[in-house]
Design a protein around this ligand. Structure first.
Ligand code: ATP
Ligand code: MG
Length: 254
C-alpha cells in the first residue's frame, strides 16, 4: 500500500544542507506491523512526516495505494490524511480546550461526517480505549496514559487504513506503555496497517518487521515473525541507546 522510491529530504540551514533522508526505498504491504528504529537524528520523524503526508520529499517518489503523493498540493495531501491515515504522537497533540470527545470528533469533521454520526463514532472509539467514563474531560484532567488513549481513539475513530505512531509510548510509564502497545496489537489483529517509530528495542521487537534507519538511509530491514529472531540481530549501534539495550540484554539472559 506504501511505496517510496529514492526519497530524499534536504533541509537548507543557512549555508549547510542537512540530508535528513538520503535515497530511501521502502515498500509496506497492507496489514503489516512495522517498526522503524534508529538513533536520534537519523531521520525517523522526517520519514514518518512524509509517509503521513505531512510533508513532501525534496526528490524521489511516494505512492499510497498506487496514487503518487510526492507531487500533490497541500489540499490534496490533507484529503489523503483525512481519508486514509491516523496519527499517534509522543506528545498526544490533543487540543487543550476541547474535551476528549471533541478531540476525537475533529478528524471526523474534516472527513465531512455529520454531527450525530460523529458523536456515535467518537463515543465508540473512546469506549474502545476504555475511556467511556471520561469523554467530557479535558486533556488536563486526564493522566498521560489516558491522554494517549484519547489520541488513539482519535486516530482510529475514522477507521483509517494506516496508523502511524511516532514514539507513542515515549512519554509514558512502562505500564501505560504496555497498554498502548496492546491496543496497537489489537488494531493490527483487526486488519489495520501499523507503522511505529521508536528507539526502544523492547517496543520494536513486538512488530512483525523492523526497519533500521541511520543517517537518512535504510540500513536494515528484517522479518521479525519467527521466534523474534530478527530482534536478536539488531545491534546496539542501530539504536544508539544503551539504556534500552541493557534491558533487552537482561531479558535475553546475557
Ligand atoms: N525542519 C527542519 N529543519 C532543519 N533540519 C531538520 C528539520 N527537521 C529535522 N531536521 C534535521 O534532520 C535530521 C533528522 O531529523 P528527525 O527529526 O527525522 O530525526 P529522528 O530520527 O526523528 O530523531 P529523534 O529520535 O531524536 O526524534 C536531523 O539532523 C535534524 O536536525
Ligand atoms: Mg523523531
Amino acid at each position: 500500500m506504501i511505496r517510496l522510491h529514492e526519497v530524499t529530504k534536504v533541509y537548507q540551514m543557512g549555508d549547510t544542507e542537512v540530508r535528513a533522508l538520503d535515497g530511501v526505498d521502502l515498500h509496506i504491504k497492507p496489514h503489516e506491523f512495522v517498526a522503524i528504529i534508529g538513533p536520534s537524528g537519523s531521520g525517523k520523524s522526517t520519514l514518518m512526516n512524509i509517509i503521513g503526508c505531512l510533508d513532501v520529499p525534496t526528490s524521489g517518489q511516494y505512492w499510497i495505494d498506487g496514487v503518487e503523493i510526492s507531487k500533490m498540493s497541500d489540499n490534496d495531501l490533507a484529503d489523503i490524511r483525512n481519508q486514509k491515515l491516523g496519527f499517534i504522537f509522543q506528545q498526544y497533540n490533543l487540543l487543550p480546550k476541547l474535551s476528549a470527545i471533541e478531540n476525537v470528533e475533529l478528524p471526523l469533521i474534516y472527513k465531512g461526517i455529520g454531527i450525530s454520526e460523529r458523536s456515535k463514532l467518537a463515543k465508540e472509539a473512546l469506549r474502545r480505549v476504555g475511556l467511556a467514563e471520561k469523554i467530557y474531560n479535558k486533556p488536563s484532567e486526564l493522566s498521560g496514559g489516558q491522554q494517549q488513549r484519547v489520541s488513539i481513539a482519535r486516530a482510529l475513530s475514522s477507521h483509517p487504513q494506516l496508523i502511524l505512531a511516532d514514539e507513542p509510548t515515549g512519554a509514558l510509564d512502562s505500564k501505560s506503555g504496555i497498554e498502548i502497545m496492546q491496543m496497537l496489537h489489537d488494531l493490527h489483529e483487526e486488519g489495520n496497517t501499523i507503522i511505529i517509530i521508536t528507539h526502544d528495542l523492547n517496543i520494536a521487537k513486538q512488530a512483525e518487521r523492523i526497519v533500521t534507519i541511520r543517517d537518512g538511509k535504510i540500513v536494515g530491514d528484517m522479518d521479525n515473525r519467527d521466534d523474534m529472531a530478527g530482534a536478536e540481530n539488531v545491534k546496539s549501534s542501530d539504536i544508539g541507546d544503551n539504556e534500552n539495550l541493557k534491558s533487552v540484554d537482561t531479558e535475553a539472559g546475557n
